[in-house]
Design a protein around this ligand. Structure first.
Ligand code: FPP
Length: 233
């Protein structure tokens, strides 16, 4: 690998994994088959990101709004998360992947909370890449939760930027440098609202189950060629 290959590499990539349903529909399958194919894409892309030297990858797996989907799809998705974590935890540990969760943990089903907690503690010391699964996640909800934590501790004080940041779900994780959304939709859909202020955005028509290492490389190349000015000239 040439030295410039690592030049301007994003440290944190966040992905809105969209298009699983359409991928399945195109093939005449039920939507959950698309989500299963989406899990394969997760594995492929996390491995590729780790190989490229990306330090954090955030994946929008289930939003606070996704509870409004048909009950059978919600149940199947929850089942898929549990199954994946249980099945893969040893492999993730071996590959030095730290599994973390971000979202409104308190209102997740009990059965899933235990599995998530265990997976987090099992991989706590892994440090090749942090794989952050955003589950029951909403950007507005995260900001509200942060403000409420602050008020509880400091009822008389005003909040500032640094303090608000310290009350977010994962305060140690740097803001995403690059946010990718698949399947041609051009919006953030309540993902990482606070953290995305200066993120570069990348959109592709590819449906999430079809997204692969080459697509990731293309997104990274696009990022690397951009100039980030953070409001300066
Ligand atoms: C959006 O596609 C996708 C989701 C709401 C679920 C994403 C979840 C996964 C890919 C599984 C991730 C698993 C782990 C373990 C991280 P959509 O259903 O909205 O697709 P559509 O827009 O084509 O209907």
């Amino acid at each position: 690998m040439m030295a410039e290959d690592n030049f301007n590499l994003p440290k944190h990539i966040a992905i809105i994994m969209d298009g699983n349903g359409r991928w399945a529909k195109k093939r005449g399958y039920p939507r959950i088959v698309g989500h299963k194919a989406g899990v394969n894409a997760v594995e492929r892309v996390v491995r590729a990101a780790a190989t490229r030297g990306i330090r954090y990858i955030s994946l929008y797996a289930f939003s606070t709004e996704n509870w409004n989907r048909p009950k059978n799809e919600v149940t199947a998705l929850m089942g898929l998360f549990k199954y994946y974590v249980k099945l893969k935890i040893d492999a993730l540990k071996k590959e030095n992947v730290r599994l973390r969760f971000s979202g409104r943990f308190s209102s997740l089903p009990e059965s899933i909370k235990d599995i998530l907690r265990e997976a987090e503690s099992e991989t706590l010391n892994c440090n090749k890449i942090d794989m952050i699964v955003c589950l029951n996640y909403g950007g507005r909800q995260e900001i509200i939760d942060a403000v409420n934590i602050f008020i509880q501790k400091n009822p008389q004080k005003q909040i500032d930027e640094k303090t608000l940041r310290s009350c977010l779900y994962l305060p140690d994780v740097p803001d995403p440098d690059l946010i990718i959304r698949t399947s041609g939709e051009l919006r953030l859909s309540n993902f990482l609202l606070w953290q995305s202020s200066y993120s570069e955005l990348y959109f592709t028509e590819k449906l999430w189950p079809d997204f692969d290492e080459l697509d990731l490389n293309e997104a990274i190349s696009s990022y690397s060629g951009r100039e980030r000015r953070y409001g300066k000239t």
